[in-house]
Design a binder for this molecule. Structure first.
Ligand code: SF4
Length: 379
């Protein structure tokens, strides 16, 4: 009996030693060991940390990366430093611009207005067609040199000084610079500015619920409607993005959806039909939806640009299902850029690319028939 207990204890201890050895030599597959030097004065405590006996876990997004000492998450910008979860990009934007709001694209908030737009490096997804891969797929160390810190106060001051009435968190994936977004957004609200989040929606429910009240519009990239496509080309699971969309609808946040149509990968019309029906049933007919044109780039430089007819077919499917505001993106001058009144059919907002040629919405209503149009139309 005693012999058996001893053997049992011996086997358990041996198993523990082997496990620790394996973790030390081969970090868990979802993490990336830090091979670059971190400037420890530029890291900040991150939210959504869960302590574990073998390290920390990040609970910000569905990957829930487990991070042993010195390793960082899939997003490259959250790391276990001295046993705590740290963000490596707080206050360190690598892209700061003033854009027309139509460039986001956001069509149902203050047409023609200027929006102060910022991004740090990092993303938790790996889209093969990423338009901003130079910043989204980089480590902070690769772009940091010479960069200046921009505090939330300075971002808000700069937005006001440049006559912007809103701030966009955009270009890369703002969820991964969550703490910075939240601090700026809170301050911006206090100063009377509006906030727009442009995201792929790959975030857990609790962090989303904390962020949402500060946002006037959230733009979600719904990259397709096929689990396999999401796993292979995007690097995530579709079901989490759909949960985000449902949660935003429940929270009452004005949400616009964009679908970049990539030839041969997500342009199946039956799939688009299922996606539009899902949007209609779960988010409602007033949800603005964009079908945007893909241009060959990043890992998909071999594919052609999306044919205009494909976008037109997709738009027709969405409108036949009953979605009221369906747009075509990335084709300046296409009639699918305009907002028409669903009741009287008259032109509400006429656009040419990022330029507003006509705006017939007053106090949130069509000036011709008085129908209420969902959105934020007056500052
Ligand atoms: S935010 Fe980054 S570190 Fe956190 S779970 Fe997602 S990928 Fe991992």
């Amino acid at each position: 009996m005693i012999k058996n207990i001893k053997l049992y204890l011996f086997l358990n201890i041996a198993l523990c030693i082997i496990t620790v050895f394996i973790i030390a030599v081969y970090p868990p597959p979802q993490t990336v060991s830090s091979i670059l030097t971190i400037d420890k004065t530029r890291v900040k405590q991150a939210d959504w940390e869960r302590q574990d006996c073998l390290g920390v876990q990040c609970e910000l997004c569905p990957f829930r990366c487990f991070l042993s000492e010195g390793s960082r998450g899939i997003c490259r910008v959250r790391m276990n430093v001295a046993g705590r979860l740290r963000t490596l990009v707080y206050g360190q934007p690598v892209s700061v611009h003033i854009d027309p709001i139509e460039k986001k694209p956001v069509y149902h908030m203050l047409p023609g207005s200027r929006i102060f737009s910022i991004a740090t490096v990092g993303c938790n997804l790996r889209c093969n067609f990423c338009q901003n891969w130079e910043i989204s797929q980089r480590n902070p160390e690769e772009t940091r040199e010479g960069d200046k810190i921009l505090t939330p106060e300075q971002v808000v001051e700069a937005a006001i000084a440049n006559n912007c009435n809103s701030i966009a968190y955009t270009y890369s994936e703002p969820i991964v610079f969550y703490e910075y977004v939240l601090d700026i957004a809170r301050l911006a609200k206090q100063k009377g500015l509006r906030n727009v989040l442009v995201s792929a929606g790959y975030v857990n429910r609790e962090p989303l619920k904390k962020l949402a009240p500060y946002f006037d519009v959230i733009k979600i990239d719904l990259k397709g409607f096929n689990e396999q496509f999401y796993r292979k080309v995007v690097g995530g699971d579709l079901k989490y993005v759909l949960s985000t969309l449902k949660e935003l609808h429940k929270l009452g946040v004005l949400t616009e959806v964009v679908n970049l149509v990539v030839p041969g990968l997500n342009d199946d019309m039956q799939e688009i039909d299922r996606m539009c029906k899902w949007i209609y049933d779960n988010l409602g007919p007033d949800t603005p939806l964009f079908f945007s044109r893909f241009s060959p780039q990043y890992k998909l430089g071999n594919l052609p640009a999306t044919p205009i007819e494909t976008l037109e077919k997709a738009r027709k499917i969405a409108m036949d299902i009953g979605l009221r505001y369906v747009y075509i993106g990335n084709i300046a001058g296409h009639p699918g850029e305009n907002t028409l009144c669903p009741s009287c059919g008259k032109m509400l907002v006429r656009r040419y690319g990022y330029t507003i040629l006509e705006n017939n919405i007053k106090k949130g209503r069509c000036i011709f028939c008085g129908r209420e149009i969902p959105g934020i139309w007056d500052n």
